[in-house]
Write a protein that binds this ligand. Sequence first.
Ligand SMILES: O=P(O)(O)OC[C@H]1O[C@H](OP(=O)(O)OP(=O)(O)O)[C@H](O)[C@@H]1O
Ligand SMILES: O=c1cc[nH]c(=O)[nH]1
Ligand SMILES: [Mg+2]
Length: 217
Amino acid sequence: MVINLSDKHSLVSNWVSELRSINVQSDRLRFRKNLERVAEVIAYEISKTLPYVEEEIETPLGTHNSKVLKEQPVIATILRAGLAMHQGLLNFFDKADNSFISAYRKHHKDGTFEIALEYVTSPDINGRILIVSDPMLATGASLAKTLNVLETIGKPAEIHVVCAIAATEGIEYLLRETNNKVHVWCGDIDDELTAKGYIVPGLGDAGDLAYGEKKQS
Ligand SMILES: O=P(O)(O)OC[C@H]1O[C@H](OP(=O)(O)OP(=O)(O)O)[C@H](O)[C@@H]1O
Ligand SMILES: O=c1cc[nH]c(=O)[nH]1
Ligand SMILES: [Mg+2]
């Protein structure tokens, strides 16, 4: 299942437009905040699909049969660009367990790159609801590799992928690699990728915009 939140006009389209704009995105604080609030809205949308149980809650004046989240999800993110969206998910799923994975594009002299994945820390995800955030789903290689590695830790009951902007090609690759088992939630979808795997029109390099340019590795 693929859900593009820009299909319906809401503040999400507004925030994604600010993420894209060369006139706004250089304000790093605003860039990170916009990623965070896109993730907050997606967290809320995901929350509508999760199981709830009734719990008798005592108020100062009586009792109420409330619906509360049946189980806490595991929220995972891909360092470094995913950190701001991770915070947005954690603001809403405030009791969640957390996983962190480092994956980055290691560039070769011939212009090609591979995904270097060096650090994984995670609770047991077996049978759990797993929500993985990364602002950009470009070729899909980083997310596919991340999900592969997480599957060695346990088999989640369901997997939700959360992005600010996803490329059509990357979504198709990820769905193929996971046998259509993931739900992809994104702020917007673009149709083009450059030869170097950048989303067009996209927004540029999300990690650099949020945290500063890094020395090429
Ligand atoms: O779908 P893909 O083609 O794999 O590309 C997307 C990945 O690229 C970016 O990370 P990057 O490698 O720039 O690392 P960073 O977070 O350190 O900026 C982005 O945050 C994704 O993880
Ligand atoms: O367009 C892209 C592709 C990968 N990573 C980014 O930050 N932006
Ligand atoms: Mg980057």
